[in-house]
Design a protein around this ligand. Structure first.
Ligand code: TYD
Ligand code: MG
Length: 452
């Protein structure tokens, strides 16, 4: 911004405009635009700058080589999602609905890390008394965690620089304020400032920092989309109503994959990891007509999901397609392929389709499963028990192989699946005692629904 020019900034989303507006065009909030003055940097721009080129520019061979060991908590579901442990000097935001268990899991992480490292927990949201009660509930007795209820940024920085802990938690960043800044805590300028200085602290002093952040009704981190760009990793803790399970996932991770997910269950003594999630998913499985099981890969882990369909004669004009848990186009497409090649009048049928478990399916591994689910409901016949479908379907009605079949099969065999449906061209490892159906085209799917 050129010095002397006025500029208005939205306190919610950071939108900039040269003239004042009542409603922010970006986030649609009212009365959030306020005047900003040219920054100090702009004024300095005209000054002469001295650069020490010996240190300011470096060739590749001179770049520092830091092979820092990740901090492993031993909570496997957490370690996997973070990409193999917390990286020293990294700055992460953990976000999720209120009451989901953010403070609980972070306290549990602190207790694990404190076995080896010095840890400080800044609780700006809850009183130290509340934190103590929570520690009692979680049966934490570790002497190596220090607690503080300070929420002033400068004090947090000072404590951290003096004590040099390996890991700090800030619960939550929305309550942190800088005394140099006259805006209220939680406003975008305060958040940006807190994030900037905490990131600096993390990098300069090699302290791993995790802070919690609230999310809005729409599911984004409250206020700052900016915050997402300023940190190394963003983790979400979400609840799945169906099984009362918490799912931890990374939506950004500079130090690992964002495909891994971790499962937890909230219990009387904190969040317990659910490692055998497939056992959980298959627990209340019934082989009813209109359902089929598929396996999808979430990161490196195969998950078994049940697909359900209800195919009924359409009552009014255009048939409906009501789909949850998967892109509805995928279901529409498979229904169209079945209509075309099997001559079924699916366009005169309403199709209601859902995926159990609240996990969104993104890959095409589910194609054959979707087709079987629709057919199973259409013919009102259930598939043989312990059947799993692992194949894609092409637009020409051919059944096509999927990648990573070994990973899916290993898990399927472990869980006692007996009938395995794959593509004819799929290369398979030896499958003793299992009935493998190697199919060429969708027509062959009809063998599972014989006419009586
Ligand atoms: P909390 O970690 O405070 O959530 P957040 O920080 O995301 O707002 O979790 C609070 C909820 O978890 C609360 O409803 C009580 C419940 N809870 C348990 O069921 N068991 C426990 O051991 C703990 C500590 C909390
Ligand atoms: Mg909390």
């Amino acid at each position: 911004m050129a010095a002397g020019k006025t500029n208005f900034e939205c306190s919610e989303c950071g939108y900039h405009t040269p003239k004042w507006l009542g409603c922010c065009p970006d986030c649609k909030q009212w009365n959030t635009l306020s005047e900003q003055h040219a920054s100090v940097l702009d004024k300095q721009a005209k000054k002469q700058v001295h650069v020490d080129y010996a240190s300011a520019l470096q060739p590749l061979k001179n770049l520092p080589h830091q092979e820092s060991e990740r901090m492993i908590t031993g909570i496997l579901e957490w370690d996997r999602v973070t990409g193999g442990g917390i990286v020293p000097g990294s700055f992460t935001v953990l976000t999720g609905d209120p009451g989901i268990g953010k403070s609980t899991i972070l306290l549990q992480i602190c207790a694990k890390l404190a076995q080896k490292h010095l840890v400080i927990y800044f609780s700006s949201e809850e009183s130290l008394h509340q934190v103590r009660l929570r520690c009692q509930r979680l049966e934490i007795t570790n002497e190596n965690i220090f607690f503080s209820d300070k929420s002033e940024l400068e004090i947090i920085l000072e404590i951290s620089k003096t004590k040099l802990p390996a890991f700090i938690v800030i619960d939550s960043i929305q309550n942190i304020y800088s005394s140099q800044n006259f805006n209220l805590p939680g406003t975008i300028t305060q958040l940006k400032e807190a994030a900037f200085y905490l990131m600096k602290l993390a990098k300069e002093y090699n302290i791993a920092i995790i802070t919690t952040g609230h999310i809005t009704k729409e599911g984004t981190i409250a206020g700052p989309k900016v915050l997402e760009h300023m940190v190394d990793a963003v983790l979400y803790l979400q609840k799945e109503d169906q099984w009362d399970t918490r799912i931890l996932r990374a939506v950004k991770n500079r130090f690992g994959s964002i495909n891994e997910i971790g499962f937890f269950k909230m219990q009387a003594h904190g969040l317990q990891e659910v490692q055998n999630i497939n056992e959980h998913l298959l627990q209340d499985q019934q082989d009813a007509a209109g359902s089929a099981l598929i396996s999808i890969l979430e990161g490196t882990r195969p998950l078994f999901l049940q697909l359900q369909a209800l195919v009924v004669q359409a009552q009014f004009g255009v048939a409906q397609r009501v789909v949850t848990g998967i892109d509805h186009k995928q279901v529409v497409l498979i229904a169209a392929i079945l209509e075309k090649y099997l001559h079924l009048r699916l366009s005169a049928q309403d199709i209601f389709f859902k995926v159990s478990g609240g996990i969104k399916i993104k890959d095409n591994t589910a194609d054959a499963g979707i087709a079987l689910t629709i057919l199973s409901s259409y013919f009102q016949k259930s598939l043989p028990a312990k059947t799993i479908a692992l194949a894609e379907i092409s637009l020409t009605g051919l059944i096509a192989p999927i990648s990573n079949i070994e990973t899916h099969l290993k898990e399927a065999i472990k869980f006692g699946f007996e009938h395995i449906i794959v593509a004819k061209q799929q290369k398979l490892p030896p499958m003793q005692g299992k009935k493998v159906f190697a199919l060429k085209n969708v027509y062959e799917l009809l063998q599972f629904f014989p006419e009586e």
